[in-house]
Design a protein around this ligand. Structure first.
Ligand code: A3P
Length: 321
């Protein structure tokens, strides 16, 4: 049986105000549903998408816990899937004009926009496996999912630094953001209280799905992608049904995709230096991009405590970070 928290099959009758509330995680209030915490303002749309969104077998859904390599995965998937129309070295490549987040559709795109998109569609979500639209995970139908997993300590630190930037960006002159310490976030994170948390249950849900249906769910690790980016892009291409041909391999196309999507290349693009998303500057999505940066922000005691919590929660599942 699954150890991951099970989501409610039906969110249709959701009464948000009756769900457990957490107010200490900026920038939004959180509500707990089906074992996970969600940003309160987005819950109605989550429920609507769960009931209404119609997945196509050719869809590729990029899934992740926040701050786990979403931006990178989006860039790699775009560059890989659309390389016939947009060779990675072309000067007018979409990734040279737009932030990766603006090249992939999300729930916010709206039903009509999503329905009008040509196949194969590239979509993205932070939702746990239990809460994605029902049509996505229907056995025998559904669509492809690519999940990226990251060490919870690095995801935590990345999220904390990102949230501080976000709060600073949103703040107006006369109300500076209230200080937000890593200790505050750490306590809540350890208790699973963060958007889409607990992080380890989020990961476990997709990992179990990838074990049940490896042809439907590809499970990638951020740390592995750093270690062997080209090998992971090959895996991604194969999984999406567009493996690199012998000619492409000989021409180094997989390497070109990796180069286009590298931290250095993306970070230095004009749109990523100066553009903005709704709530944050694009530059905030590109920080260090390494494994183990948590040690510069967390004490060894904090790390040991979180590791223990995660280990205990995952014991017997077959999965380990
Ligand atoms: P750090 O804050 O540890 O540097 P997300 O995209 O899910 O929001 O995750 C953000 C994390 O991915 C950040 O981690 C960010 O620096 C890193 N990242 C962004 N673009 C990247 C890229 N092209 N290659 C590797 N890491 C990248």
């Amino acid at each position: 049986g699954s150890m991951a928290a099970s989501g409610d099959d039906d969110m249709a009758d959701l009464v948000i105000s009756s769900l457990p509330l957490e107010t200490r995680c900026p920038p939004y209030h959180l509500r707990q549903h089906g074992g996970f915490w969600f940003s309160e303002p987005f819950l109605p749309a989550v429920a609507a998408a769960r009931a209404r969104f119609e997945a196509r077998p050719s869809d590729v859904l990029l899934a992740s816990f926040p701050k786990s390599g979403t931006t990178w995965l989006k860039a790699l998937a775009i560059a890989t899937l659309h390389r016939a129309d947009h060779p990675p070295r072309s000067l007018d490549h979409p990734l040279r004009r737009r932030n990766p987040h603006d090249c992939v559709e999300t729930r916010d795109s709206g039903d009509d926009v999503l329905a009008a998109l040509p196949s194969p569609r590239l979509l993205a979500t932070h939702l746990p496996y239990t809460h994605v639209p029902k049509s996505v995970t229907t056995e025998g139908a559904g669509c492809k999912i690519v999940y990226v997993c990251r060490d919870p300590k690095d995801a935590l630190v990345s999220k904390w630094l990102f949230t501080k930037k976000r709060l600073a960006f949103a703040a107006v002159d006369d109300s500076p953001p209230k200080p937000y310490t890593i200790d505050e976030m750490f306590e809540l994170f350890c208790d699973g209280r963060c958007t889409c948390g607990p992080q380890w249950h989020h990961v476990l849900g997709y990992w179990e799905a990838s074990r049940r249906q490896p042809e439907k769910v590809l499970f990638l690790r951020y740390e592995e992608m750093l270690r062997d980016p080209v090998g992971n892009v090959r895996k991604l291409a194969e999984f999406m049904g567009c493996a690199f041909s012998v000619e492409e391999e000989a021409a180094g196309v997989a390497e070109e995709v990796v180069e286009l999507c590298s931290m250095d290349t993306l970070k230095n693009m004009e749109v990523n230096k100066n553009g903005t998303q709704n709530h944050v500057r694009n530059e905030a999505f590109f920080r260090k991009g390494v494994a183990g940066d948590w040690s510069n922000h967390m004490t060894p005691e904090m790390a040991a405590r979180l590791d223990k919590i995660v280990e205990d929660a995952l014991r017997g599942s077959g999965f380990a970070f």
